[in-house]
Every structure is written in structure tokens, then in C-alpha cells.
Design a protein around this ligand. Structure first.
Ligand code: KIV
Length: 263
């Protein structure tokens, strides 16, 4: 995939698939699937480091995980999240932050909201950095939003989101993530844009979908948001495997002859 393939998929009505990933081993597995692209999301702070929200993701954390995923899935299109406040400083610092993620192996960066970011997006695009926008429930704004709430439910907020989506497109974004907004609004936004939309908790009318790796594989023990579908019960598989290992140690079934070195 490259940025033009995303556009072609929208034009041909082909859905785009995106998954988050944060580590080398998972990236190796994903690299053997037909997924269109990988997002090293700032959700890494929660899924891999146990923080309560994404505000704890730092640039060095994002660069570290981006590099690991890039090594594991070198042929997949890789988007890396610009973490909290890393793109709200001086132009030079913002560009350096994007540079670090690109030089860690990303092919594009993602940032939250349009307001206040339009000039930076234009500058990054003019500098050769593809940018993905992200609107709706933007977790880096959790304290301004008053919690993890569906956005765009009032006429005023829906209008603002439609305007933001257009602003992101005009600024040069090649994709927009729509998170936790009513399906009907996501449908309108998707129809109004020439660039593709990727939904998470935004219904079925977006041009593609993204889910968090741990959520879709049933590995998340803490959160069960309504929009998540567990495609396998990973937790049970993991626990069963670990319990079988423990039992095999206790009974002496493991290790066997084939697991031992003769000399
Ligand atoms: O960080 C993340 O996982 C994300 C997705 C939810 C879109 O931004």
C-alpha cells in the first residue's frame, strides 16, 4: 500500500482494514495477513505499559515501538501516532517529532483534531510526510471532553466535526480516522470527503475500520467498549496454554526426549 492505494480503494468501494500493533512479534504475525495497514497508536501507553489513558505516551515511546513494528512488518504501510502535545509546540519541534517517527520506520503520522493543526499538516505534507487526521472522540483531549463520550450527538457538535473533516482534507491529510461518532454522521462525513475515512465506533459506512490488536483478539482484560468485536477469545487461549505448560512441568510430561540435548 501507498497513499494512492488508499484513495483507489475509496474510489473502487473497497473497504480498508487497519489494526494497531506495538511490538515485533505481533508485527511478524500481522505481516503474514492481508491487512492493509498498521497503526502504532498512542494506545500503546495503555495496552503495553498499563497507563490509564494515552496522555502518558511519549515521543521516545512511540519511536521505540514504531521501530519494533517496522522491523516485524517491513512491507506493511505503517502509521505512527504523534503523542500528546508533541505537535503543539513550535513548528520546528513539531517537525522534529514527526521526523523522529518517520525515521523510526513510519510511512505516515497521525494527529488528533483539525483546529490549530492545519498549518502544521500543510507544512508536513509539503515536507514529504503523509498525515492522517483523527476526529470525534480524540483520547488526547479526554479532559476537555469530560470523559470517553460519543461525540457529534448535538447539531452543533456534528456541524463542527463535518467542518473539521473538510479542514483536514484541505490541509492535505490522505486519511481521516472517525472515532466514536453516530453512524449516520460518519456516513455523511464519508460522503462529503474525497479522501477515505477509517472508523472506530463510527458504524459501517466509513471507507475502512480500525481496531486495537488486544481488543479484537480478546486479550484485553480491562475494557469492553460496545464497538469492539472480539474475533477470538485470546485470553482463554493464552491461559489454557499457560496452564497446560504448568501441568506438564508438574507431571514431568515436559520436557521430553525431543526437547533435550544429548551431549
Ligand atoms: O491509538 C490508537 O489506538 C488510535 C486508534 C483507536 C484509532 O488512535
Amino acid at each position: 500500500m501507498n497513499i494512492f492505494d488508499f484513495q483507489k480503494k475509496k474510489e473502487n468501494n473497497e473497504k480498508i482494514s487497519m489494526i494497531t500493533c506495538y511490538d515485533y512479534t505481533s508485527a511478524r504475525i500481522i505481516s503474514e495477513t492481508s491487512i492493509d495497514c498498521i497503526l502504532v497508536g498512542d494506545s500503546v501507553a495503555m495496552t503495553m505499559h498499563g497507563y490509564k489513558d494515552t496522555l502518558s505516551a511519549t515521543l521516545s515511546m512511540m519511536a521505540f515501538h514504531t521501530a519494533a513494528v517496522a522491523r516485524g512488518a517491513p512491507k506493511k504501510f505503517l502509521i505512527s501516532d504523534m503523542p500528546f502535545l508533541s505537535y503543539r509546540k513550535s513548528l520546528s519541534k513539531n517537525v522534529s517529532a514527526a521526523q523522529e517517527l518517520m525515521q523510526s520506520g513510519a510511512q505516515a503520522v497521525k494527529l488528533e483534531c483539525a483546529q490549530g493543526n492545519v498549518n502544521l499538516i500543510k507544512h508536513l505534507v509539503e515536507s514529504g510526510i503523509p498525515v492522517v487526521g483523527h476526529i470525534g472522540l480524540t483520547p488526547q483531549f479526554i479532559h476537555m471532553l469530560g470523559g470517553y463520550k460519543i461525540q457529534g450527538r448535538t447539531d452543533e457538535s456534528a456541524t463542527r466535526l463535518k467542518e473539521e473533516a473538510l479542514l483536514l482534507q484541505e490541509a492535505g491529510c490522505f486519511l481521516v480516522v472517525l472515532e466514536c461518532i453516530p453512524a449516520i454522521l460518519a456516513k455523511e462525513i464519508t460522503a462529503s470527503l474525497s479522501i477515505p475515512t477509517i472508523g472506530i465506533g463510527a458504524g459501517s459506512h466509513t471507507d475502512g475500520q480500525v481496531l486495537v490488536f488486544q481488543d479484537l483478539l480478546g486479550l484485553n482484560t480491562d475494557l469492553h467498549p460496545k464497538f469492539v468485536k472480539k474475533f477470538i477469545d485470546g485470553q482463554t487461549h493464552f491461559k489454557t496454554g499457560i496452564e497446560e505448560y504448568i501441568q506438564a512441568i508438574k507431571t514431568g510430561e515436559f520436557p521430553q526426549h525431543e526437547h533435550c540435548f544429548e551431549n
